[in-house]
Design a protein around this ligand. Structure first.
Ligand code: NIG
Ligand code: FE
Length: 391
C-alpha cells in the first residue's frame, strides 16, 4: 500500500460541510492522507494519523482544494477561429454557423493530429488544476468522423459525449430531417461503444425541441445518458426538455424564464454556466443569484472550443463568475469542483472525503479566495490525480 500524508495545509477545502458547517468544508491547518490513489482521511494536522506513513509532504501553509471538474468541453477539433474572435471583438455578433468551418478542418485532420491536439489541451487543463474533463464530439458530423472523434476522446477521458446534433452539416442543409435520422440511427450505433453521454445543441440556428427530444430519446434507448445545450442564445424549450428527460445537466442556460427556474428547482438536473462563452462572444453574463435563491445546483465549466470559448482555464472561469455573475468566491469554487461532479453524476470526485479519488491542487496562496482575487496569475504549485502528482 502506498500512503502519503500532506500536512501543514493552511486552508484545506474539502467540500464536506461536516467539518465546519459551510459548503466548502474548510479545515484550518489541515492534513490529507492518501492511500492507493484515494483519500483515506482529512482533518486537522494535530489529529493526523502517524502510523505506517510512507511519505510526508509539508504544504507550508498553502491552500489545498479539489481538482477542478470541467464538465463541459469540446476538445476534439482541428484549427482555430481567431479571426472570428477578432471580428466579434470589433462588433460582429456570434452565430452557431461558425461551427461549420471547424467541421471542415476536423474532417481533414488525421487521427494522430486530433489526438495530439486533444492531449495538448488536456495537459493545459491539468496544469491549471483540472483533474477531470468531459469531452464532446460534434465537429465531425459524419458517421466516420463522429466515431473517430469519440474514439479519440475516450483514449483520454471516461466522460465522453456524443454531440452529433451540434449543427446540421452543410451537406444536409436542404434535408435536415435526414440528418436527424442519421444521428438517431447509424451514427448513434457507431459511436455508442465510445460514448457515455448524449447531448444536443437545442437553440437558435441549431436544433429545435422536437428533434432534440427524438435524438436524446434515441440515445437513452441505446444506454447513453442525456445532457443538453440549451437557452444559450435565447429562451426556448430546451430546459423543459432537459428536466423532462432527467438530464444530468442543462448547459449554457444564459436565458432562463421563471418557469425554467421553477422546473429546475424541483429536479435533480444541474444548471451549468459557461461564462467563457459570454466573454468570447461579448454577450451579457447571466446572474447566478436567481438560480441559487431557487436552490438549483450550479456548475461552472470551461466550454473549451475553438469558436466561442477557447480556454481550458477554470481559474479564469471562476474569476469571471465572481466578478461578473454574482458568485461568491466560495460558490464559484464549489461550482467548479463539486458542481462539476454533480453535473457528471459522480460522487467519487470534486470533494476530498474518505474514499474519493485523490484529485487535488496545491495553490501557492493562503486561501481559495485568491483564485478570483489574483486573476490571470498562475497559482498552481502542484496537481495530483488518482494519488499521483501530475504537476
Ligand atoms: O458550446 N453551443 C454549441 N457549441 C459550442 C460552440 C461551438 C463553436 O462555435 O464552435 C458552444 O459554445
Ligand atoms: Fe458547449
Amino acid at each position: 500500500m502506498t500512503s502519503t500524508l500532506i500536512t501543514n495545509i493552511g486552508q484545506l477545502v474539502t467540500n464536506d460541510p461536516t467539518h465546519d458547517g459551510t459548503k466548502l468544508g474548510l479545515i484550518k491547518d489541515g492534513a490529507l492522507l492518501i492511500e492507493d490513489g484515494v483519500i483515506a482521511w482529512a482533518g486537522p494536522t494535530s489529529d493526523a494519523p502517524t502510523k505506517q506513513i510512507k511519505k510526508t509532504i509539508d504544504a507550508e501553509g498553502m491552500c489545498v482544494l479539489p481538482g477542478y471538474v470541467d464538465s463541459h468541453t469540446h476538445m476534439i477539433f482541428a484549427g482555430d477561429r481567431s479571426n472570428e474572435f477578432r471580428a466579434r471583438m470589433l462588433g460582429e455578433i456570434y452565430t452557431a454557423g461558425g461551427i461549420a468551418s471547424t467541421v471542415e478542418k476536423t474532417r481533414k485532420a488525421s487521427d494522430e493530429l486530433l489526438l495530439s491536439h486533444a492531449e495538448f489541451l488536456l495537459a493545459e487543463a491539468n496544469a491549471g488544476g483540472t483533474t477531470t474533463v468531459e469531452i464532446k464530439s460534434g465537429y465531425g458530423l459524419t458517421v466516420k468522423d463522429e466515431r473517430r472523434s469519440l474514439e479519440i476522446a475516450h483514449k483520454i477521458s471516461d466522460e465522453t459525449t456524443f454531440l452529433g446534433a451540434h449543427v446540421v452539416p452543410i451537406e444536409y442543409k436542404d434535408s435536415p430531417k435526414d440528418y436527424v435520422d442519421l444521428a438517431c440511427g447509424p451514427m448513434l450505433d457507431a459511436v455508442q461503444p465510445h460514448a457515455k453521454w448524449i447531448d444536443v445543441f437545442c437553440d437558435k440556428g441549431a436544433f429545435g425541441v422536437d428533434d432534440a427530444r427524438r435524438i436524446l430519446k434515441a440515445g437513452i434507448a441505446k444506454g447513453l445518458l442525456p445532457r443538453i445545450h440549451a437557452n444559450q442564445l435565447q429562451e426556448g424549450q430546451g430546459v423543459t426538455l432537459g428536466v423532462e428527460l432527467d438530464a444530468a445537466s442543462v448547459d449554457h442556460v444564459s436565458h432562463l424564464s421563471e418557469k425554467d427556474i421553477e422546473l429546475l428547482s424541483t429536479s435533480k438536473t444541474v444548471a451549468t454556466l459557461l461564462p467563457g462563452a459570454e466573454f468570447s462572444t461579448r454577450s451579457p453574463y447571466p446572474d447566478v443569484r436567481p438560480l441559487l435563491e431557487a436552490s438549483i445546483t450550479v456548475a461552472l465549466a470551461s466550454d473549451c472550443n475553438p469558436g466561442s470559448s477557447y480556454t481550458t482555464s477554470m481559474a479564469f472561469i471562476i474569476a469571471i463568475a465572481v466578478r461578473e455573475m454574482h458568485f461568491s468566491p466560495e460558490q464559484a469554487i464549489w461550482s467548479a469542483t463539486m458542481g462539476g461532479a454533480k453535473a457528471l453524476r459522480r460522487t467519487d470526485i470534486g470533494q476530498l472525503v474518505e474514499g474519493a479519488s485523490a484529485d487535488f491542487q496545491i495553490l501557492n496562496a493562503p486561501s481559495y479566495i485568491h483564485v478570483a482575487y489574483r486573476p490571470g496569475v498562475n497559482l498552481i504549485e502542484q496537481v495530483w490525480r488518482n494519488g499521483l502528482q501530475l504537476i
